[in-house]
Design a protein around this ligand. Structure first.
Ligand SMILES: CC(C)(COP(=O)(O)OP(=O)(O)OC[C@H]1O[C@@H](n2cnc3c(N)ncnc32)[C@H](O)[C@@H]1OP(=O)(O)O)[C@@H](O)C(=O)NCCC(=O)NCCS
Length: 292
């Protein structure tokens, strides 16, 4: 069944919404939301979990954009053309809602979608499950300026440093749309574990000033960073997929039973606005919040 969303939620300029889903949230009907090219990609996914992560990513994009625009989730036109080869696996964009910018990341059990208006952004979530030999990747990840600090670290801290720098740089490279075609070791990041900021971008120095990084409060065992190409001060709000789904279904029902009610539409907007931790409201999001 395709949930139909009828609401006019708030996504004010200067606010980033980060919607989180898990592999366990995926239901059979979410596959119905996929477009033809997405179904073809799904059919090629063989590894455990890849299919569920992909479906959840598609569902997050469609349900969130449906919420912001009022377009039915299954009809949200998602464009995934790769800048490199033209294939259907690039940075997702939506041909609806004008200025909505998206970035998606999946790792392990978790999938995150960052959304903003008029502000290119990138999100990266990584799992530190011990399966990747992170120190072996250090030469590809660290710039020459970052190597001395890394070399001074205790063996036990090196893995964490590579993961931290990786998430910062991948988020930044996803914000520009380069992805890993641009070598990570040509970017510099200061304070990657705390309040990260770019210090260097080979060939594009203006990005050091224009890109803001923020470390997100990720689920235990995961690291997550958001990169935003725009002025400082964006507020970051988080929401869970379960809420997005309930909201979409609730709006469908509300729209059918009270199509002309102004009160209903006002309530819809209130429901969708993600609370700040200080507001004390629990249903829409988690306590993860911040600004950059
Ligand atoms: C983008 C990239 C960094 C993602 O790396 P990853 O560790 O697999 O994954 P994440 O889960 O964090 O992100 C994947 C999502 O990034 C998005 N994405 C893909 N290309 C992107 C790009 N160039 N810029 C920003 N986001 C991109 C997609 O939404 C993708 O989700 P999907 O697979 O469900 O479509 C990596 O795939 C990449 O560098 N791609 C571009 C170059 C490339 O190899 N292209 C393929 C052949 S041309």
């Amino acid at each position: 069944m395709r949930a139909v969303v009828d609401m006019n939620p708030e996504l004010p300029k200067g606010t980033v919404h980060v919607w989180w889903g898990t592999v366990g949230d995926v239901r059979a009907h979410h596959r119905d939301l996929l477009g033809e090219q997405e179904r073809e990609r799904l059919a090629q996914l063989r590894r455990d979990g890849d299919a569920a992560r992909f479906v959840m990513g598609c569902a997050l994009i469609r349900l969130a954009v449906a919420g912001y625009t009022g377009v039915a989730p299954g009809e949200v036109p998602v464009i995934r053309e790769c800048d490199g080869c033209g294939g259907p696996h690039g940075k997702p964009r939506v041909a609806v809602g004008g200025s909505i910018e998206l970035s998606l990341s999946h790792a392990g059990e978790h999938i995150a979608l960052a959304v903003a208006r008029e502000t290119p952004l990138g999100i990266d979530v990584e799992s530190d499950d011990g399966t990747i030999d992170l120190p072996r990747l250090a030469p590809r990840v660290l710039s020459s300026a970052e190597v001395p600090g890394y070399a001074e670290l205790a063996e036990s801290e090196r893995r964490h440093r590579v993961l931290s720098v990786w998430t910062c740089k991948e988020a930044a490279l996803k914000a520009t749309g380069d992805g890993l075609r641009f070598p990570m070791n040509r970017l510099g990041v200061a304070d990657p574990e705390g309040a990260p900021r770019l210090t260097h971008w080979e060939g594009r120095p203006w990005l050091v000033e224009e890109m803001r990084l923020t470390r997100l409060d990720a689920p235990p065992g995961y690291a997550a960073v958001l990169a935003v190409l725009g002025p400082p001060g964006s507020a970051v709000r988080h929401g869970e997929f379960a809420h997005l789904t309930a909201l979409a279904e609730g709006h469908g029902r509300a729209a059918r039973s009270a199509a002309t009610s102004r009160a209903a539409s006002a309530r819809s907007a209130t429901l969708f606005t993600l609370p700040t931790p200080a507001s004390g409201s629990a249903s829409a999001g988690t306590s993860r919040s911040g600004s950059l």
